[in-house]
Design a protein around this ligand. Structure first.
Ligand SMILES: [Zn+2]
Length: 216
């Protein structure tokens, strides 16, 4: 159990802890999706869930901002489930076991799921708050992002009016990415020679392709 008194904003970490109790590896989206729908109901917010388990929750603009252009807040519901070899957990059913270690929140024996649970927690804390001024919000929770953005591909854009979106799934603290033209998958064939080695593995390549540099 996290010690909420030491973590601020409290609501964000409270939701993060609750979300961490819901198994939500990619492909296991029903429960977390239903949790979002229950959250909306509990806060009297209109919400829709589609066949891909994506959820959109709508919140009106606050006083003075009722007619402002809507803004989408977006995060994804799934997480990558990895564990230490000897740690026992069934990612289909079990909760993560969170703890605070200095300035960090960690999960015992497993990945933490902050990617992208922290976005879900942040968005929920804004949706639940009655003191923050904001324009109309369209909160978009997509599914199965980690395995190819499968939920986002199924999202029906007719359900969204906003022209501006804040995606809360960036990589680096204090870095804001402005604008994105989309993503693409590609297959690259890289010639390699195999040799037998022992020890820790570190893989790195850099490939220049028609003026673009891809790094992994
Ligand atoms: Zn992510």
């Amino acid at each position: 159990m996290l010690n909420f008194n030491e973590l601020k904003p409290e609501k964000v970490f409270e939701y993060f802890d609750v979300i961490s109790k819901i198994p939500r590896g990619s492909g296991n989206m029903e429960k977390i999706s239903d949790f979002c729908m229950d959250f909306a109901k509990e806060h009297s917010l209109k919400a829709i869930k589609d066949d891909a388990c994506n959820v959109i929750i709508y919140k009106d603009g606050t006083e003075g901002y009722e007619n402002s252009p809507a803004v989408i807040l977006q995060g994804h519901l799934d997480m990558v489930c990895q564990k230490e070899e000897d740690y026992e957990i069934d990612f289909e059913k079990d909760s993560l076991d969170l703890y605070v270690d200095g300035d960090f929140i960690k999960a015992k024996g497993t990945t933490l799921g902050a990617d992208n649970g922290i976005a879900v927690a942040m968005i929920m804390s804004i949706l639940a708050d009655k003191t923050i001024s904001h324009p109309p919000i369209e909160a978009v929770f997509t599914t199965d992002e980690e395995v190819g953005m499968l939920g986002a591909l199924e999202l029906d854009m007719k359900n969204l009016k906003a022209k501006k979106m804040i995606n809360i799934d960036s990589e680096d603290p204090e870095v804001v990415t402005v604008s994105c033209a989309g993503g693409s998958d590609f297959t690259a064939k890289i010639p390699l020679e195999r040799t037998k080695k022992q020890g820790e593995m570190y893989f790195c390549y850099s490939q220049r392709l028609k003026g673009w540099t891809f790094r992994r």
